[in-house]
Design a protein around this ligand. Structure first.
Ligand code: URP
Ligand code: ZN
Ligand code: ZN
Length: 450
């Protein structure tokens, strides 16, 4: 059994929905015994960054709460924290309730919500307090996508100040949207419309600048800040410098930034569109820095930013104009295994650090620990029995995400979540899916520790 702290040979006793006991050769009579010999017994993954059924660029992400959470379970993830979105002119409460309705009765795994704030008014600030009281304790703000999501510095600062009172945590999409937009318009005027231009118009320096600014604003407000989907050395440097000065700056990266690169965006015949996400994939040499960040805990979490769009009828919206390609990649099913294979098997991180990155740290960061994110008496019995010996090839032909391509297509990996259990109920076993929609419930989360 592996947790963030220990690797022990032990039996795990599950009683109802929770773990009852852990010990060597437990002397109990169980209704059922699952033989996990030669396997790792690890906490179910927590994917703290997903976009299920999300409107973007005139279309919706291809996985909804039913298909996306089933794919999550197939891949060893038993909790997701998705993003509810405030519409313009709408209260945060109304946006949150719309997402509650999207998930209700459909999710296979437990879920919580972060709230995306699109405009900051006096009412928004009051709404933030109310959401924290309901267990929606983190708020995503954007420094990019002008006219769609981008907030100015004053709005960002006001929202940050509010979290110092209400216990919320600001999550920042840190890219300088103003400068990027100017570049995008120039490239389009010059006829540079292919997918690779998505990366060329969103340089790493502009992620570094926004990350630095976000942290500076958070320091001024006296609060912590969490940088989402950090993709580049430039942004990581801003986080490291702040942390070295003792600032509570946190960040996640995603598998696509660890395993894919700008070369994928440059694939010919519009195939690069499959790899369009923001921030964009970076030149390959950024990857070593991200791995170092994961080892040294300057990056605390690996989330997916799962936001799938079909290649054939959605990514194609940007065939003549890269800025119209819906942004986002699929990954909810593959995160656990690609990080195990590329991290643990490749000798980059320890088994315990792996568990910390995919389960324990997200639980702690987002107010779910110790109910989620570990295997301990009293914790939810969200358990993965992982077979590290199974060799397989990732492919859209075998995955369960409702999207027509896999961005890790053809990747050879060693490891399979063989048995996946949520709150004591088996969701995946013997290559069969045993879960049912509605089995996952809403998780109110605790406030961020001050
Ligand atoms: O390209 C991305 N990341 N799409 C999802 C929206 C976001 O910014 O996280
Ligand atoms: Zn974002
Ligand atoms: Zn996202």
């Amino acid at each position: 059994m592996v947790t963030a702290g220990d690797t022990v040979a032990a039996d795990v006793l599950v009683d109802g929905e929770t773990v009852a006991a852990i010990g060597r050769s437990l002397d109990v009579t169980a209704d059922r015994i699952v033989d996990a010999s030669s396997r790792y017994v690890m906490p179910g993954g927590i994917d703290a960054h997903t976009h299920l059924d999300m409107p973007f660029g005139g279309t919706f992400s291809a996985d909804d709460f039913e298909s996306g959470t089933a794919a999550a379970a197939w891949g060893g993830t038993t909790t997701v924290v998705d993003f509810a979105i405030q519409d313009f002119g709408e209260s945060l409460q109304a946006g949150y309730e719309r997402w509650l309705a999207k998930a209700a009765g459909r999710a296979h795994v437990d879920y919580g919500f972060h709230m995306i704030i699109r405009e900051v008014t006096d009412q928004t600030l009051t709404d933030m307090d109310a959401l924290v009281r309901q267990g929606v304790t983190s708020f995503k703000l954007f420094m990019a996508y002008p006219g769609v999501f981008m907030l100015d510095d004053a709005s960002i600062f006001r929202a940050m100040q509010r979290t110092s009172d209400n216990g919320g945590l600001i999550m920042m999409h840190a890219e300088n949207g103003g400068a990027i937009d100017v570049l995008v318009q120039r490239y389009l005027r010059e006829g540079r419309t292919d997918p690779v231009n998505h990366a060329l118009t969103r340089p790493a320096s502009m992620e570094g600048e926004a990350t630095h600014r976000a942290i500076a604003l958070a320091r001024l407000a006296g609060v912590a800040v969490y940088i989402v989907h950090l993709s580049s050395r430039d942004a990581l440097t801003a986080v490291v410098e702040a942390r070295d000065r003792g600032a509570p700056a946190y960040a996640e990266t995603c598998p696509q930034y660890l395993f894919l690169s700008q070369d994928d965006l440059a694939r010919p015949d519009f195939e690069g569109a499959k790899y369009v996400c923001s921030p964009p994939l970076r030149p390959r040499d950024h990857q070593d820095d991200l791995w170092k960040g994961l080892v040294q805990d300057d990056l605390q979490i690996v989330s997916t930013d799962h936001c799938p769009f079909d290649y054939k009828d959605q990514k194609v919206l940007g065939r003549a104009d890269f800025s119209k390609i819906p942004n986002g990649l699929p990954g909810i099913e593959d995160r656990y295994t690609v990080l195990f294979d590329g991290g643990v098997n490749a000798g980059r991180i320890t088994l315990n650090r792996f568990v910390e990155l995919v389960a324990t740290a997200p639980a702690r960061m987002f107010g779910l620990y110790p109910r989620k994110g570990t295997i301990a008496p009293g914790s939810d019995a969200d358990i993965v029995i992982f077979n590290p010996a199974v060799e397989r090839v990732l492919s859209a032909s075998t995955h369960h995400m409702r999207v027509d391509y896999n961005c890790f297509e053809g990747m050879r990996v060693r490891g399979l979540p063989e048995v996946v259990m949520q709150r004591g109920e088996v969701l995946v076993e013997d290559g069969r899916f045993l879960g049912r929609p509605g089995q996952g419930g809403f998780l109110p989360r605790s406030a961020f520790p001050s």
